[in-house]
Write a protein that binds this ligand. Structure first.
Ligand code: DC
Length: 236
């Protein structure tokens, strides 16, 4: 069976991956799979079970008793943890930091990567995360590494949080900046699948680019691929 196209969007926190991936998926009629949401859902499980983020063995045991599901349609992605919709809760700051901490453990990553490969098996997806082009789908058809300066990323995250309301809205800009730096440090320096661009990824620095400009660049990479392949089979 030939699979549909796989578009990998990797990059650090706050680079705009989610927004870009959502627009691309809508534009080209692909599924949008946000892998960070899966690590977030598992971090929430660890919080709810009062589990230490540094205890790899206990986390692996917990993973065996955890079901994470992504539902993606044209307008939104929803995330389910053991059948419960946790889409909003996983954006809170305790879960954000927890996701970065549980994701350093090789056993947790292997479990997640298997799930993500299964979800993307038939292609027709825009998958975003940290290791999609390097580990999950090294044969992805288009690989983009979306970056921006730490200041620009913190500022975007702060504005996003302020717009969302909730706990995160109360965070000062300096705290958002500190948390993002901490997460960058951990995501880039972990021993297992650290964040870095695949050797064949197109690196886009969005610091001074608008969303429209970023999308135009990526659409120029994806369009020829879809034109070559002809009409897409519907993926559900
Ligand atoms: O993309 P995000 O900010 O929602 O991701 C939350 C954390 O999950 C991030 O700090 C690192 C981890 N993550 C990962 O290790 N690999 C991925 N493919 C996606 C996210």
């Amino acid at each position: 069976m030939t699979r549909g196209p796989i578009i990998a969007i990797d990059g650090p926190a706050g680079a705009g991956k989610s927004t870009v991936a959502r627009h691309l998926a809508q534009h080209f009629g692909l599924l949008n799979l946000e892998t960070g949401a899966m690590y977030r859902a598992f971090a929430l499980k660890a919080i709810e079970c009062d589990q230490d983020f540094d205890d790899a063995c206990a986390l692996e045991r917990l993973a065996r008793d955890t079901e994470i599901r992504l539902e993606s349609d044209r307008s939104a992605n929803r995330v389910f943890l053991d059948g419960q919709d946790v889409t909003e809760r996983i954006r809170d700051s305790d879960v954000t930091q927890g996701a970065s901490r549980v994701s350093v453990h090789p056993g947790i990553r292997t479990w997640m990567v298997d799930l993500q490969r299964e979800l993307g098996r038939r292609g027709g997806v825009v998958m975003e995360g940290r290791d999609i082009g390097t580990v999950v789908f090294p044969d992805a058809d288009v690989k983009v590494f979306l970056d921006a300066s730490p200041d620009a990323r913190s500022q975007r995250r702060y504005e996003q949080n302020s717009g969302n309301g909730g706990i995160a809205a109360a965070a000062e800009p300096s705290m958002v900046f500190r948390e993002l730096r901490e997460r960058d440090e951990r995501d880039r320096n972990r021993a297992n699948s650290p964040l870095h661009p695949a050797s064949d990824a197109v690196v886009i620095d969005s610091t001074t680019l608008s969303l429209t400009e970023v999308l135009a660049r990526i659409e120029d990479l994806v369009r020829p691929l879809l034109d070559r392949r002809g009409p897409m089979e519907k993926v559900s």
